[in-house]
Design a protein around this ligand. Structure first.
Ligand code: SF4
Ligand code: SF4
Length: 65
């Protein structure tokens, strides 16, 4: 059973906006948001998250936990 803790947390300060987590998520839970001159990942559909961890594994800068 899915626990609330299984939903990834995104650290916007670490995120470089590379988009790898967006591509890795089969449930399309994550999108890239533009804020001023930078992009960062945002979990937009946490209710669809299966807690698979693919986004965490895909992030090269460990912005996801
Ligand atoms: S844990 Fe899996 S389902 Fe949830 S946001 Fe990450 S890649 Fe998507
Ligand atoms: S993979 Fe990591 S650095 Fe890249 S957009 Fe996702 S959270 Fe940000």
């Amino acid at each position: 059973m899915r626990q609330p803790n299984d939903i990834p947390e995104i650290d916007p300060k670490r995120c470089t906006g590379c988009g790898r987590c967006v591509a890795a998520c089969r449930e399309h839970c994550i999108t890239l948001e533009v804020s001023g001159y930078r992009k960062y990942a945002l979990l937009v559909l946490p209710q669809h998250c299966t807690g698979c961890g693919a986004c965490v594994d895909a992030c090269p800068v460990r912005a996801l936990s």
